[in-house]
Design a protein around this ligand. Structure first.
Ligand SMILES: *Cc1c(COP(=O)(O)O)cnc(C)c1O
Length: 396
């Protein structure tokens, strides 16, 4: 079959929820991927901030192979050895005392929303069941998580939406304070808004949100699905602001490509989940947990977080140089290896041109080029990406 025929078959049978680029990727190694015609790409999308250790990391491949040969799935009716060890690692290295495993970011946020409501139902005054979330946020595609997502475009046509969500602008403390009522049980937000265009929190913003939540006796829930597990140069993004949430969700990079989601919480809050409260058939299965455990060990034992900080700084500086060269660049911002370049116009033509030249990047929020490469990238690979980007921008 030719690539054109294969793509036609894809479009014939697969629901059109994505506008896919016209390439078929078949192999990956480290920071590089190849399409079925043998063309090589530098991958600065990394499966949307998923493949943080790079493609086909040998330790992760080995762990999955070994576990697949041993035991893949038994359900949570029984104790699962790699799940026990992975949860232990997550608890040891985070604010949390307890973990619930599921299979995606949206599912993790659903779990977090349910946990917050259940905790409020049992511990707060009657009627406290609403969450405040941020405009331009992104929390997933289930009904509750599109409702938590403060962007109309994800909600239109799917009404009726679940009740109990109110929105305020990100970084606007006064608006948040004003929005807390006797019905509010918590605040749900991303420490950096990823899909919303790599929007950074103002200095002390997260700390002030924490203080407000403490003052008003409500929960702080952080969605670290995109920025958790090392993306910002620390294991969790909340570490940059010296705050800890009551609940946190993780997913994307947890399994380096193996689908895993997780809800983490303090003992106080987690105690509202009891047998029967919440469940997932696949969540935390042996195969996923073997992958996740190895990802976490690999991330912690090497100098990957240090490399993320160093390469991230170098990348940010290189992009600042491009900003000086091209007046259509409005701002460059980011932390570690989640970096956004906001343009004064749409960015899709640049994304397409980069792809043709062998660099995968993506564009979010219409006009923000987003760079979320594997955390193992070298300065030489950053140079190569910036050189391609420079040529693509020069064509504009
Ligand atoms: C990607 C993302 C989600 C949704 O994750 P899925 O695995 O696609 O369901 C939720 N929150 C944030 C911050 C994300 O970036």
């Amino acid at each position: 079959m030719t690539t054109e025929e294969l793509i036609a078959l894809s479009e014939k049978n697969i629901m059109g929820t994505y506008r896919r680029f016209p390439i078929v990727l078949t192999r990956g190694e480290g920071v590089r991927v190849w399409d079925r015609d043998g063309k090589e790409y530098l991958d600065f999308v990394a499966g949307i901030a998923v493949c943080s250790l790079g493609h086909s990391h040998p330790a992760v491949v080995e762990a999955i192979k070994r576990q697949a040969e041993t035991l893949m799935h038994v359900s949570n009716l029984y104790h699962i050895e790699p799940q026990i060890h992975f949860a232990d690692q997550l608890v040891k290295h985070s604010f949390a005392d307890k973990v619930f495993f599921c299979n995606s970011g949206a599912e993790a946020n659903e779990g977090a929303i349910k946990l917050a409501r259940k905790y409020a139902f049992e511990n707060m005054e009657p009627g406290r069941c609403e969450l405040i979330t941020m405009k331009d946020s992104f929390h997933g595609r289930t009904l509750a998580t599109i409702t938590a997502t403060g962007q109309k475009k994800f909600q239109v046509g799917f009404e009726p939406l679940p009740e109990g969500f109110n929105y305020v602008p990100f970084n606007d403390l006064a608006a948040l304070e004003g929005a807390v009522t006797e019905r509010t049980c918590g605040v749900l937000l991303e420490p950096i808004q990823g899909e919303g265009g790599v929007r950074m929190p103002d200095r002390h913003y997260l700390r002030k949100v924490r203080e407000l939540c403490d003052d008003r006796g409500i929960l702080m829930i952080l969605d670290e699905v995109q920025v958790g597990m090392g993306r910002t140069g620390h294991l969790f993004a909340y570490e940059h602001d010296s705050v800890t949430p009551d609940i946190m969700t993780l997913a994307k990079a947890l399994g380096n490509g193996f689908p895993i989601g997780a809800v983490l919480a303090t003992d106080r809050v987690a105690s509202s989940f009891v047998p029967g409260s919440h469940a997932s058939t696949f969540g935390g299965n042996p195969l996923a947990m073997a992958a996740g455990l190895t990802v976490m060990e690999t991330l912690l034992e090497g100098d990957i977080l240090e490399n993320c900080r160093r390469s991230g700084r170098y990348f940010l500086e290189s992009l600042e140089n491009l900003k000086r060269k091209y007046p259509f660049v409005k701002e460059v911002r980011g932390r570690g290896l989640i970096i956004g370049m906001e343009l004064t116009a749409e960015g899709t033509d640049i994304v397409r041109s980069c792809m043709e030249k062998g660099l995968l990047i993506n564009c979010t929020s219409g006009n923000v080029l987003r760079f979320i490469p594997p955390l193992i990238i070298t300065e030489a690979e950053v140079d190569r990406a910036v050189e391609i980007l420079d040529r693509a921008m020069g064509e504009r």
